[in-house]
Write a protein that binds this ligand. Structure first.
Ligand SMILES: Cc1ncc(COP(=O)(O)O)c(C=O)c1O
Length: 441
């Protein structure tokens, strides 16, 4: 006999992600509160940021806008009042209440593609582990990556090859920051592919330098390589997309990668501790889950019947299971609604305008070395630089102490000073930051 919980779980999942109606009264109210976002001052007022500072590291970990805070608070209250019934209804209840599907729907409606191909994770890091540990790698296979990726990306690869017996290799995509071109990077990556290369793993926007990679063009180059290969020997394209999501165009699935990991707690300003992986369904079907999932009925039934699951793997098998910080998870759709209420295109234009203003200002200063490319084709929401005669730490410290400007250093072997202008910032804040850096000459 199946438990009630198991049965309900099935009924919720059998309905599929697409069947969940959206728009409860509470959601409609929240949406209404995000409607008045026509000017950037109104957007800024949605955040409870300490107004004594100029905040230039808001991508680091999200401060939540009002609607997200309210959504979290409303779910938190429900959990405080009655954790058992709240979880039974929203996680193990009928399809109309099943929140994980709403979360996947919200993400899919933003990035394109199907909600069925999304696994929910806690952050970009967990997602990268889910991908690399899940890939069917074996001795003789190779993962090709670049020297510019984040520690957690390289570490996810290192741990995966250690277990699978595959190997990995890092290649630089350029020799110096003043000689970066899209053509050059695509060509370098393409030339670095060897017969044993099974995966190419890159980062959309580098948090080491602010460089944005031409993902579509890399995908096209890999498609040419794959034309000569049997389907099971295809080179898979894996992307750490956390600093592109919420800044660049949301047509992410259409860019042609095989798997994409991002946190929703950076540029989407979603609940802290939330993220996702999107992958092509054919890829999910040959991958192996890293952790037990508690959102897949067929896994539960296979277990109850004391046999292994009979069907191929799918995305929900890869969402790390067990109880979660539910009030945060459930509020993820509200963050996407907030973003969409402002408008993706407006957000992209605004972030590019502010960061271009910053790059152009820095480029005029002889005592500054700018690492981020000046073109918007190769840059995004971050600007990385050095001031002659000062360490990046000294630059950041001075900005904070003298000017109340909160910048960061890049967490890489060679660190730089880094500022990032997001939807909460203004052209005036760019000018104040430029003036502060000018005074360091
Ligand atoms: C490029 C890149 N990837 C991954 C991460 C880790 O992100 P998360 O905290 O969502 O795991 C970071 C952190 O800022 C990053 O810069």
């Amino acid at each position: 006999m199946l438990s009630r919980r198991g049965f309900l779980l099935t009924s919720a999942l059998a309905a599929g992600a697409g069947a969940v109606p959206t728009g409860s009264a509470a959601e409609k109210k929240r949406r209404a509160s995000t409607d008045d976002l026509r000017d950037w001052g109104a957007v800024r007022r949605q955040f409870e940021l300490d107004s004594r500072y100029i905040h230039l590291g808001l991508f680091f970990l999200a401060s939540h806008p009002r609607s997200v805070r309210e959504a979290i608070e409303s779910y938190r209250r429900q959990l405080e009042a009655n954790p058992l019934h709240t979880v039974e209804r929203l996680v193990f209840g009928g399809p109309q209440d099943y929140i994980p599907a709403k979360v996947c729907n919200a993400i899919a409606s933003y990035i394109g593609g199907s909600a069925d191909d999304i696994a929910l994770t806690q952050n970009t890091t967990t997602g990268l582990a889910v991908i690399y540990q899940g890939l069917p790698l074996k001795p003789g296979d190779e993962i090709l990556t670049t020297s510019h990726d984040h520690f957690v990306h390289h570490e996810a690869i290192r741990l995966a090859v250690e277990r699978s017996g595959a190997t990995w290799r890092k290649v630089p995509l350029f020799d110096s920051y003043d000689a970066i071109s899209a053509d050059g990077m695509v060509e370098r990556l393409r030339k670095a592919i060897r017969p044993e290369t099974r995966v190419v793993g890159v980062t959309w926007v580098h948090s080491s330098s602010g460089l944005k990679l031409p993902l579509r063009r890399i995908a096209d180059a890999l498609a040419v390589v794959n034309r000569e290969r049997a389907p099971e020997r295809r080179v898979l394209f894996v992307v750490d997309g956390v600093h592109g999501l919420g800044v660049e165009s949301p047509d992410i699935v259409a860019m042609g990668m095989d798997a994409f990991s991002a946190g929703t707690h950076k540029w989407i300003f979603g609940p802290r501790g939330t993220g996702f992986v999107w992958a092509r369904p054919e890829l999910w079907s040959v991958m192996r889950p890293l952790m037990p999932s508690t959102s897949s009925a067929e896994l539960f039934f296979a277990w109850a019947g004391e046999k292994p699951p009979e069907m191929p793997a799918r995305a929900t098998w890869f969402s790390p299971g067990g109880f979660q910080a539910f009030e945060h998870y459930w509020a993820v759709p509200t963050a996407f609604e907030f973003h969409q209420a402002i408008g993706s295109q407006r957000i992209t234009e605004r972030i590019h305008e502010l960061n271009t203003q910053m790059r152009e200002g820095l480029a005029k200063m002889p005592h500054v070395t700018l690492y981020t490319p000046r073109s918007t084709e190769l840059s995004s929401g971050m600007v990385c630089f050095d001031v002659k005669g000062m360490s990046p730490q000294q630059v950041v410290q001075r900005l904070a102490e003298r000017n109340r400007i909160l910048a960061s250093t890049t967490p890489y072997a060679v660190p730089y000073a880094r500022v990032a202008f997001g939807i909460q910032n203004t052209p005036d804040e760019v000018e104040k930051t430029l003036a502060a850096i000018r005074s360091m000459a």
